[in-house]
Design a protein around this ligand. Structure first.
Ligand SMILES: [Mg+2]
Length: 190
């Protein structure tokens, strides 16, 4: 497995930012050669307090599956949360992943039988979700947090992310988004 030699700054700028996970379609994934997705749960698919997937989430996973896109859940949250969330989805799921470490990511890919060039990671945090997959040279998708925690620690983490989100939008100036959560989370004037 070839590890990325990118600078830390390049490792933290995501490859794509979407308004919501639902904007990531099987057609888009196929168009960029992605056959498998490794997906964070908290604030990417659902807020922390939502224990089970809603209809939108179930439909989205069904559509990925219908198009032959493999999916697994990779979460830093603990087994009870991840297992309950996954109960009706029945995906491969990896709790206590320890992102930005890559061990959990590699374990998930090995089980799915996919390689780094055809796999992408989806999450809401650059310092865990983006870094974990970029370290392995994979593509990183970011969505703004559905309902961010308001603790000082989380605000601090979002502040650290700001320059990398701004760098992304600087090089993707044609991308139009009117998502107020992006502006609020990363103080991006769009
Ligand atoms: Mg998250």
């Amino acid at each position: 497995m070839k590890k990325s030699k990118k600078s830390l700054s390049a490792l933290l700028v995501p490859d794509y930012i979407f308004d919501t996970y639902r904007d990531i379609t099987p057609e888009f994934l196929s168009s960029i050669g992605i056959k498998a997705l490794l997906i964070d749960i908290d604030n990417t698919l659902a807020p922390y307090e939502q224990a089970e997937p809603d209809e939108h989430i179930r439909k989205w996973f069904a559509s990925l599956s219908e198009h032959g896109i493999k999916a697994a859940l990779i979460s830093n949250n603990h087994p009870p949360r991840v297992e309950l969330f996954n109960a009706s989805l029945g995906l491969d799921a990896y709790p206590d992943c320890g992102k930005p470490k890559s061990a959990g990511v590699l374990r998930a890919m090995e089980k799915m039988g996919v390689s780094t060039e055809h796999t992408a990671g989806l999450g809401d945090q650059l310092l865990t979700d983006t870094l974990a997959v970029h370290r392995l040279g994979m593509i990183s998708f970011i969505v703004p947090p559905i309902k961010d925690k308001t603790s000082a620690f989380f605000k601090f983490k979002r502040m650290l992310e700001r320059p990398y989100i701004r760098k992304y939008f600087k090089s993707h100036s044609a991308q139009k988004t009117n998502n107020p959560i992006i502006e609020r989370t990363w103080k991006c004037k769009r």
